[in-house]
Design a protein around this ligand. Structure first.
Ligand code: SF4
Length: 232
C-alpha cells in the first residue's frame, strides 16, 4: 500500500508528535505494515517538480493511491475559492487538491483535530471559512464515504479518538465514538494481551501500609484518562 501526506492549515504539532514516536518509530511502523510513503512534506526529499509529478500521476489515476492523510484544516475562503492556502508551485489551492485526490484514495485519514473538525483555525470569526473532514463537501465521493459511512480518526489529548458515523437519508442512523479511555482501559484481547493501562500497572510498587498506592495513581494519571477520578 502507498500513502500520500498533505499538509493543510496546521501548526505542525500532529506531524511532530508522530515523528517523536520511538518504539517503533514512524518509519519502522510503516515498513512493518508494508506501507510505502509516496510523499510527506517533512520526511520526503522530493521538492518542487518531482512532487508535482507525483500529485499529477495520482490525479490522472496513473498512480493508485491507497491512503491519503490530511493534516490540518481546509481553508475554503475567500468566497469558496480556497485560495487562502495554495499548494506551492501547483497553482491550485489545497482545497482543490483534497477534493481531487480524496475520491481516488481508498482510505482518507484526517490527522488531528484540525483535519477532523476544523480545530483551532476555525475559531473566532473564521474569516478563512475553515472546515475539517466533518463536512462531506470537502472529501465528497471519497471511497471512505461509500454507503455513507464516515470514519474520522484523530488525536485527542488522551490518545487516539475514533468516530464511526452512518448516515441514511440525510439523518444519522448510528454514531459510535471510541474515546482514548476506551483504548487505554480495554480488557484483554482474545490472545490474553492486556490493555495499555493494565500492562503499565503490572509490577507497580506498593509501599508498606499503603491502602491506595501512590504508584497506581501516578501511572493511571499519566494516561490523562477519564478514569482518574474513579481511581481517586
Ligand atoms: S490538531 Fe491542529 S492545532 Fe493540534 S497539533 Fe494538529 S495541526 Fe496543530
Amino acid at each position: 500500500m502507498n500513502l500520500l501526506w498533505l499538509q493543510a492549515a496546521e501548526c505542525g504539532g500532529c506531524k511532530m508528535s508522530l515523528l517523536c514516536a520511538e518504539e517503533p518509530n514512524v518509519l519502522d511502523l510503516l515498513d512493518g505494515a508494508g506501507i510505502e510513503m509516496l510523499w510527506h512534506p517533512a520526511l520526503s526529499v522530493e521538492r518542487g517538480a518531482p512532487v508535482r509529478q507525483i500529485l499529477a500521476a495520482i490525479d490522472a489515476a496513473w498512480l493508485p493511491l491507497d491512503i491519503l492523510c490530511i493534516e490540518g484544516s481546509i481553508l475554503r475562503g475567500p468566497n469558496g475559492t480556497g485560495r487562502y492556502q495554495m499548494l506551492s508551485g501547483t497553482g491550485k489551492p489545497m482545497l482543490r487538491w483534497v477534493q481531487a485526490l480524496a475520491p481516488l484514495a481508498e482510505h482518507v485519514i484526517a490527522v488531528g483535530t484540525c483535519a477532523t473538525y476544523g480545530g483551532v483555525t476555525s475559531a473566532g470569526e473564521d474569516i478563512a471559512d475553515v472546515v475539517g473532514g466533518q463536512v462531506q463537501a470537502v472529501y465528497a465521493n471519497s471511497p471512505m464515504f461509500r454507503g455513507f459511512e464516515r470514519l474520522l480518526l484523530g488525536k485527542a489529548p488522551g490518545d487516539a479518538l475514533g468516530h464511526w458515523c452512518r448516515i441514511e437519508s440525510g439523518k444519522i442512523a448510528s454514531y459510535q465514538i471510541i474515546a482514548p479511555t476506551t483504548w487505554n482501559f480495554c480488557p484483554r484481547d482474545t490472545e490474553g494481551v492486556p490493555g495499555p493501562v493494565e500492562a503499565a500497572l503490572i509490577g507497580a510498587p506498593v509501599r508498606q501500609g499503603e491502602d491506595t498506592p501512590v504508584a497506581v495513581r501516578r501511572i493511571v494519571r499519566s494516561f490523562d484518562s477519564c478514569m482518574v477520578c474513579t481511581v481517586h
